[in-house]
Design a protein around this ligand. Structure first.
Ligand SMILES: [Cu+2]
Length: 134
C-alpha cells in the first residue's frame, strides 16, 4: 500500500466519524438555561417535526443542588420567529418530578421555536429551542 492511499483512507475515516457525530448531535440537540439557582434543559422528543402533527419537548428542571424542581409554574409556547402567524401554547404536564413534557402542534412549515418560560416569585427564566417543521 502506498502512503497516499493510506492518508486518503485516514481522511475518509475522519470525515465519516465527523458526519456520524454531527448527525447524532442533531437528534440529541438541546438548549440549556442556567443561573446560580436553576438549570433548565429543553430537548425535542422526536428527530423531526411535521405540520399539523403533535411535537413534544422534554423540559428537565433542577435546582442549585441538582434536585428536581417540582411543581414549576411553566409555560411553553410554539411560534415562528419573525413571522406573524401567532403563538401556540403547548400543553405542559409534569411526567415525573422535575421532568415536564410539552406537546404542541406547529401549523406550517419553516423555522419554529419552542420557548419555555419558568415563572418564580422574583423572575421569569426562559429557554428557547429552535426546530424545523417540514
Ligand atoms: Cu408562519
Amino acid at each position: 500500500m502506498n502512503k497516499a492511499l493510506v492518508v486518503t483512507l485516514l481522511i475518509c475515516i475522519v470525515i465519516a466519524v465527523m458526519l456520524f457525530q454531527s448527525g447524532r448531535d442533531m437528534t440529541m440537540a438541546k438548549d440549556t438555561y442556567q443561573d446560580e439557582f436553576i438549570r433548565m434543559d429543553i430537548a425535542s422528543e422526536q428527530a423531526s417535526a411535521h405540520t399539523m402533527k403533535e411535537s413534544s419537548f422534554t423540559l428537565t428542571i433542577t435546582n442549585m443542588t441538582g434536585e428536581p424542581f417540582s411543581g414549576a409554574n411553566l409555560e411553553v409556547v410554539l411560534s415562528m420567529p419573525g413571522m406573524f402567524c401567532g403563538s401556540f401554547p403547548a400543553k405542559v404536564t409534569e411526567a415525573k418530578p422535575g421532568s415536564y413534557v410539552a406537546v404542541g402542534i406547529p401549523v406550517m412549515r419553516g423555522e419554529w421555536q419552542a420557548e419555555a418560560r419558568l415563572q418564580t416569585d422574583d423572575k421569569t427564566r426562559r429557554v428557547i429551542y429552535p426546530f424545523i417543521v417540514d
